[in-house]
Design a binder for this molecule. Structure first.
Ligand SMILES: [Zn+2]
Length: 239
């Protein structure tokens, strides 16, 4: 009965766009998701050549894993500045699902493959506060499209860290997450190639530290991946 009622309401009142809340615009639907054509047209992926970056821990220090690569198909432009805070602080799980659909589709187009997908974990307190881990919601959609299993319990966040967005200096951002992750001892990761997923990469230090933990846990190769960020150091050797 409730379902029929909900469907009737949806029929009478077209659902709001997950990005701008407007109604009455032409809608493109992704299952449960509704996004207006105006917002959809603002998600413009970078050209394939501009999706790959180096992922150094900190430009002035010696990085033990200079080979780590960041794959990031969107620049953090106007639309992301609007939807990312809405996803995290409102919080709006459907935005994470939508970003996962976008990311997964682009990764398939780029023929990226791996044996496992791992989302960057949130601290328990932050996950409780938000109700979900946006990286996991994004990763789930990527996994469906790439047909690769997603494992949210491989990486463990050892301690609470400050919000990276609140740290102004890059060096502070790095020390904030240094050694913050560990691999769950129940997993044997030997020989696995992993795609590590987060929503946004700024300095990339969170992804870097999580990737180092996966390599220490036996992974053969880790590709770090974020939906969006601001980067201009290009990596010449894609994953
Ligand atoms: Zn919209």
């Amino acid at each position: 009965m409730r379902r029929i009622l909900e469907q009737s309401i949806n029929y009478l009142l077209p659902p709001n766009c997950i990005c701008c809340n407007k109604v009455g615009l032409k809608l493109a639907a992704f299952s449960q998701l509704t996004i207006c054509s105006e917002c959809l047209s603002m998600f413009i992926p970078e050209v394939p050549d501009r999706r790959w970056f180096t992922l150094l821990s900190e430009p002035f220090s010696k990085d033990e894993h200079p080979e780590l690569t960041l794959y990031m198909p969107f620049a953090y432009g106007e639309i992301f500045a609007r939807v990312i805070p809405k996803m995290k602080f409102k919080p709006e799980i459907r935005i994470a699902q939508f970003l996962g659909i976008l990311l997964g589709s682009i990764m398939c187009e780029d023929k990226i493959s791996a044996s496992l997908i791992v989302p960057v974990p949130l601290s328990k307190s932050r996950q409780k506060e938000r109700g979900f881990n946006q990286a996991y919601e994004i990763a789930k959609q990527v996994g469906i499209r790439m047909q690769v299993p997603v494992s949210p319990d491989i990486l463990v966040r050892l301690r609470d860290t400050y919000r990276q967005s609140e740290m102004k200096k890059n060096a502070l951002r790095f020390s904030n997450v240094e050694n913050a992750f560990e691999v769950n001892k129940e997993w044997d990761l030997e020989g696995n190639t992993v795609i590590l997923i987060d929503d946004v990469a700024t300095t990339g230090s969170t992804l870097h530290e999580a990737a180092v933990a996966l390599l220490a846990g036996g992974c053969e190769k880790v590709l770090c991946c974020a939906v969006a960020g601001n980067r201009n150091v290009k990596n010449d050797e894609p994953y």
